[in-house]
Design a protein around this ligand. Structure first.
Ligand SMILES: Nc1nc2c(ncn2[C@@H]2O[C@H](COP(=O)(O)OP(=O)(O)O)[C@@H](O)[C@H]2O)c(=O)[nH]1
Ligand SMILES: [Mg+2]
Length: 201
């Protein structure tokens, strides 16, 4: 089974993207597999509404372990099953909480075995003409992405980005990186992501 992993800082909309993208691809229900850093695995079934409200929130580090869902994606002559992993957020420096640290280690380890890496940044956190508003961890992931196939840089919350100013600024500071603007909330830009995933399978 091909693996796609969603990574990025906390609160950028990773969990929201996973649930809404799964719905966009035709899922009517979420069968979530949660893998804890200690190896324990839990399977949970929930409606899309419950998944949205339980998995996505504005409290940081809501997602503390790897969680995944299997979705079928339409490809040439049929459908292919892929597994989409939602991960706990990455942060600069060393987080004081051990549970958070373990989650981060788990996220980084899973990068090696991923076929597709969907790296999400929050446009709402970008300040125009302040290049340090793009964190060091995001810059590192972009650099790492260049060494890999199947890497996509996604700029989320375009619905909050007035006149696409944040998106234009990102394009300016990363001129050699393909950036896909989306709204995970409103399911905008999903066709671009879907095409990329299909192309990478
Ligand atoms: N306006 C807007 N809010 C979003 C979007 N995507 C996610 N959010 C909000 O951002 C917050 C963090 O989302 P979440 O999925 O938990 O982020 P995660 O920590 O990266 O998994 C929640 O309050 C979401 O409702 C988006 O496209 N637009
Ligand atoms: Mg999350």
């Amino acid at each position: 089974l091909r693996k796609a992993i969603i990574i990025g800082r906390t609160n950028v909309g990773k969990s929201m993207f996973m649930v809404n993208f799964a719905e966009y691809l035709g899922l009517k229900k979420i069968f979530l597999k949660v893998e804890y850093p200690d190896g324990k695995i839990l399977n949970r079934e929930m409606s899309l509404e419950i998944a949205r409200s339980h998995l996505s929130s504005n409290s940081p580090y809501k997602t503390q372990s790897l969680q995944s869902i299997e979705v079928k994606i339409p490809v040439y002559k049929g459908r292919k099953e892929i597994c989409i992993y939602d991960s706990s957020g990455l942060a600069d420096g060393i987080h004081p909480d051990i549970v958070v640290r373990e989650g981060i280690v788990q996220t980084l380890e899973s990068l090696n075995t991923a076929d597709i890496i969907l790296h999400i940044i929050d446009l709402n956190s970008i300040e125009i003409d302040n290049s340090s508003s793009v964190s060091e961890i995001d810059r590192q992931i972009i650099r790492y992405g260049k060494t890999r196939t199947g890497y996509l840089f996604i700029a989320n919350k375009i619905d909050l980005d007035k006149d696409f100013k944040g998106y234009m600024y990102l394009k300016e500071i990363f001129p050699n990186t393909y950036i896909v603007p989306i709204s995970a909330l409103n399911k905008e830009g999903f066709n671009e992501v879907k095409s990329f995933v299909i192309k990478s399978l």
